[in-house]
Design a binder for this molecule. Structure first.
Ligand SMILES: C[S@@+](CC[C@H](N)C(=O)[O-])C[C@H]1O[C@@H](n2cnc3c(N)ncnc32)[C@H](O)[C@@H]1O
Length: 294
C-alpha cells in the first residue's frame, strides 16, 4: 500500500535544500571522489577502445560536481578523445547550477554538453521516439535510482545503450548501510513507490543476478552526522529527518509512533555509532559496474 505521507521529492526546493545539508554533514562526496581518483581510472581505461570520440550519459547529475570529476578522469585516460555528454536532470535549479559550473571551467572545451531537463523515463521515451542509434561509452547514475518507478527496467534500458566496450556505473547506498536497515524495517510506511524506491545496491545485485547480468562491485565507507535529528524542534534535524525518511515534513506529519520508531532505529547500533557526543549514521555506499551485454 502506498504511504499516505507526502514524498520529499514532491517539493524540489526542500529536496534540494535537504540534499545540500546532507552533503555538508556527510562524507558522501569525499568517498565518491576517493573512488573516482583511485578505482575509476582503471574502469575507464578500456572504454571506447581508442575511439577519437566518446559518448557519455549522466543520469540524475544534480549540480554536476561528481560528473565533472569523472569526466576529468575519462579525459586523463583518453586525452585525445572529444566527448559528447548528455546530462539528464529534471530539476531546473540543479541543471542551472551545473551549467554555471561548466561556464567556470574553460578547460572543459573538449566536451560538448547536451542539457536534458527531464527524468530518466522521459529521456528513454524521447530516445525511443527519435529512434536514436547512438551508443554510449560511459553511462553513470549516481544516487538517482531511488527516484525511478522501476529501477530494473531503467538499468536494462541504459545498459542496452552501451557501446561494445561501454560501462554503466551505478552508485547507491550499500545494503549494509544504516539506510538499508532503516528501509528493511520501515519501507512500507516511508516509501511511496509511485515516486521513490528504497533501493540499495543489495537489491540491485539480486536483480542483476536474477537476470544473469555480471557486475563488478565496490564498497565505499561513508558517514553522516545526524545528531540534530534527536533535538525536538531543531530545524536542521528536521530537514535531515526529511532526507533520511524521504518524507516531506516528517516530524510534523508522521504519527507519534512512527516518529518514535524511526528515531529509535536511527540511533540503534545497527544504523549508527555514538562518538564524542555525536550520532554518526552509517552512510556506506556501493558501486556497481556493468558492461555492455551482447
Ligand atoms: C541524490 S541527488 C544526486 C545528485 C548527484 N548525482 C550527486 O550524487 O551529487 C538525486 C538527483 O536525481 C535527480 N532526479 C530525481 N528524479 C529523477 C528521475 N526520475 N530521473 C533522473 N534524475 C532524477 C534529482 O533532481 C537529483 O538531482
Amino acid at each position: 500500500m502506498a504511504s499516505p505521507l507526502k514524498s520529499l521529492v514532491c517539493d524540489d526546493g526542500r529536496y534540494q535544500e535537504a540534499f545540500e545539508l546532507f552533503l555538508q554533514r556527510s562524507s558522501e562526496h569525499q568517498c565518491m571522489q576517493d573512488f573516482i581518483h583511485t578505482q575509476l581510472p582503471d574502469i575507464l581505461a578500456s572504454v571506447g577502445d581508442g575511439k577519437p570520440h566518446l559518448n557519455v550519459i549522466g543520469v540524475g547529475s544534480g549540480a554536476g560536481l561528481i560528473d565533472l570529476e569523472m569526466l576529468s578522469e575519462l579525459h586523463q585516460k583518453h586525452p585525445a578523445a572529444t566527448v559528447e555528454n548528455e546530462v539528464v536532470e529534471p530539476s531546473s535549479q540543479q541543471l542551472h547550477n551545473f551549467k554555471v559550473l561548466v561556464g567556470q571551467k574553460p578547460e572543459l572545451g573538449f566536451i560538448k554538453f547536451n542539457w536534458n531537463q527531464m527524468t530518466a523515463a522521459q529521456f528513454e521515451e524521447h530516445w525511443k521516439l527519435k529512434k536514436m542509434m547512438k551508443k554510449a561509452d560511459f553511462i553513470h547514475m549516481v544516487q538517482m535510482l531511488y527516484y525511478v518507478k522501476d529501477p530494473g527496467a531503467t538499468i536494462s534500458f541504459f545498459q542496452h545503450l552501451l557501446s561494445e566496450r561501454g560501462k554503466l556505473l551505478i552508485i547507491l547506498v550499500s545494503g549494509q548501510s544504516g539506510w538499508g536497515k532503516l528501509w528493511r524495517t520501515y519501507r512500507h510506511q516511508l516509501c511511496n513507490t509511485e515516486i521513490s524506491q528504497c533501493v540499495t545496491t543489495a537489491d540491485i545485485k539480486s536483480y542483476l543476478e536474477s537476470k544473469g547480468v555480471s557486475y563488478q562491485s565496490y564498497e565505499l565507507p561513508s558517514q553522516l552526522d545526524i545528531t540534530e535529528c534527536f533535538t525536538e524542534g531543531d530545524q536542521t534535524g528536521e530537514l535531515l529527518l526529511d532526507f533520511l525518511t524521504e518524507v516531506l515534513d516528517f516530524s510534523k506529519t508522521a504519527s507519534a509512533e512512527l516518529k518514535a520508531g524511526v528515531l529509535d532505529l536511527l540511533r540503534h547500533p545497527d544504523c549508527s555509532v555514538e562518538s564524542q557526543g555525536r550520532v554518526i549514521f552509517n552512510n556506506n555506499l556501493g558501486v556497481l559496474v556493468i558492461d555492455h551485454q551482447s
